[in-house]
Design a protein around this ligand. Structure first.
Ligand SMILES: Nc1ncnc2c1ncn2[C@@H]1O[C@H](COP(=O)(O)OP(=O)(O)OP(=O)(O)O)[C@@H](O)[C@H]1O
Ligand SMILES: [Mg+2]
Length: 268
């Protein structure tokens, strides 16, 4: 069973414009996605690329169950989302998808641990879950997720007491704590410097090696080169879908980068 199965996805925005003279309203249809087929299996690591306006954000919103397509079908982990009611739609969003944004989106007055615990509060409301209640407490699950991103010694820090890369690690732990079907990352390193970017890409590669499915929007080919597959959109259509050959190793590149920097510092 595919984690993601999209068929003939169209998303049209209807724009009402007023004609100034006759004051007649006229509708313009913007075709942001023009019948897109896209599937991903468990364990894939996919980059979504394409020029500005090509439909990446529109696709991300639909993938993330933040928006529904105008037509077409989207099954996530075998659940058909397009025909689901508002409750099911929200349930799928909260439980099946781990979001990672460019801006981290952490709560400022809340520790790293509490930030990661947050998605588990939604979970409690879910009856099925109460029945098969896991033995681990909320706190233990959040601690395990933080450990997985290498932040076990920063649990009580507030976001302002963490580096940008560490904040993004907290956000990734939060995205993972519910054990989602896939991680959806929107330019996750857009606000980070080279070193932190490589750290985060290395972490994604590690998580992916352990079986996590990841879909990531990026503008940068160097980052897409760390993923396994690249899909490219243009004018709302999927124009290419290729496997990455000679995939980069972000942690190896990070070590090399650090080494070069140390040499540079010695020279000064
Ligand atoms: N709410 C909306 N109403 C009308 N048109 C929209 C809306 N959102 C997006 N569009 C249009 O749909 C098309 C795709 O937009 P989208 O935001 O998905 O592009 P993108 O690939 O994410 O671009 P960028 O790289 O600049 O973020 C664009 O032509 C855009 O103008
Ligand atoms: Mg966009």
């Amino acid at each position: 069973m595919s984690v993601i199965e999209m068929k003939s996805i169209k998303r049209e925005y209807r724009m009402e414009t007023k004609k100034s003279r006759k004051k007649q309203s006229e509708a313009i249809i913007v075709r942001a996605l023009r019948g897109l087929d896209f599937s991903a299996e468990q364990g894939e690591f996919v980059s979504v690329m394409g020029p500005s306006g090509s439909g990446k954000s529109t696709l991300m919103n639909i993938l993330g169950c933040l928006d529904k397509p105008t037509s077409g079908t989207y099954a996530l982990d075998g659940i058909e989302t397009s025909s689901s009611n508002a409750n099911t739609f929200a349930f799928i969003r909260n439980r099946k998808i781990g979001f990672v944004f460019q801006s981290f989106n952490l709560l400022a007055r809340t520790t790293a641990l509490e930030n990661v615990e947050l998605p588990l509060f939604y979970r409690q409301k879910d009856k099925k879950d109460m029945k098969q209640k896991s033995n681990l407490s909320r706190k233990e699950r959040a601690m395990a997720a933080l450990k997985e991103v290498g932040l076990e010694n920063r649990m009580d820090h507030y976001p302002s007491q963490l580096s940008g890369g560490q904040q993004q690690r907290v956000a990734i732990a939060r995205a993972m704590v519910n054990d989602p079907a896939f991680i959806l990352a929107d330019e996750p390193t857009g606000n980070l410097d080279t070193g932190m970017t490589l750290e985060i890409m290395g972490l994604f590669q590690q998580l992916n090696d352990r079986g996590k499915t990841i879909v990531m929007v990026t503008h940068e080919p160097e980052l897409a080169a760390y993923t396994k597959r690249i899909i490219t959109l243009r004018d709302g259509s999927l124009v290419s879908d290729t496997l990455v050959e000679n995939r980069g190793n972000a942690l190896a590149d990070l070590a090399k980068w650090k080494n070069d920097h140390a040499l540079l510092a010695e020279d000064l």
